[in-house]
Design a protein around this ligand. Structure first.
Ligand code: URA
Length: 268
């Protein structure tokens, strides 16, 4: 068999990009294999085939992340005590229980007007949001701005955030554990903003916040009650703008949802 030629640096970089690796975490590369404390393999008399590469372990810089149930309990305890949005932002900034914090560039807390009557909640920041530190500033954010603009809203009259405040590496789907760890923060966030209308954008945000297992095709356009513990808020799931960019034919249904929101805000 003719051996494959070694990949060029350009090919390797293209592979990493396709795999979702689009940011460097440090200035210098780290040889994770060299960190493994394994004895060198015993010499073989006659190698039959090339050894398979050893998979590098997932190494988290600094302290090991706490067990998920410990992290969830500590997020609950911390979030409960935040008296204001500023205090909530600060304690999330200092929270060490979610491993996503270590791979993200920064916390993406929120954008818009905290006095707004309407609050939009997406899933998690992407690359652009991670760079800017604000939710929904990339392509789907531009569409979200157009959607809310269609019912006379903008970032001075609406409040926007995400369930997960740190970008998952390579925009992968957050794990159920990561979502559970971040849940007390977004719950307290909603309680502190206390909007009249909560709009969940897409399936993950809808299922997490409205405790439903139904998919977005069934939940969108249906009013739910969201109980903060202090008050019941009207909540409406609709399509995530990223989904609408991929499936523009659903914009017609999203428009119906927006009209329902405008009607509720107008008090009719
Ligand atoms: N998608 C989200 O769910 N949130 C963002 O902030 C950006 C993209």
């Amino acid at each position: 068999m003719i051996p494959e030629p070694a990949p060029t640096v350009r090919e390797l970089l293209a592979f990493y990009l396709e795999a979702g690796v689009d940011c460097a975490l440090a200035e210098e590369p780290v040889d994770r294999l060299a960190e493994l404390d394994v004895p060198p393999p015993a010499p073989r008399a006659a190698p039959v085939e090339a050894p398979r590469p050893v998979a590098a372990p997932a190494v988290i810089r600094g302290e090991a992340a706490p067990a998920p149930d410990v992290a969830i309990a500590s997020a609950r305890e911390a979030a409960r005590t935040a008296p204001t949005l500023e205090a909530l932002r600060e304690l999330m900034q200092n929270f060490e229980g979610c491993a996503l914090k270590h791979t993200a560039t920064r916390l993406v807390f929120a954008d818009g007007n905290p006095q707004a009557r309407i609050m939009f909640v997406g899933e998690a920041p992407g690359r652009d949001e991670d760079i800017e530190g604000l939710p929904f500033v990339g392509r789907s954010g531009k569409l979200l701005d157009l959607m809310i603009g269609a019912i006379g809203l903008n970032r001075t009259t609406a409040y926007i955030t995400n369930v997960i405040p740190w970008r998952p590496p390579g925009n992968r789907t957050p794990t159920p554990q990561e979502t559970q760890i971040c849940l007390p923060f977004i719950q307290r966030h909603i309680e502190l903003v206390n909007p009249d209308v909560l709009v969940t954008l897409g399936n993950p945000s809808t299922q997490t916040l409205l405790s439903t297992r139904e998919g977005i095709m069934r939940t969108r356009g249906r009013w739910f009650d969201y109980d903060t513990g202090q008050r019941t808020i009207r909540a409406l799931p609709t399509f995530h703008p990223a989904y609408l960019l991929r499936s523009p034919s659903y914009k017609r249904l999203a428009w119906q949802d927006l009209r329902a929101i405008a009607k509720l805000l107008a008090g009719s």
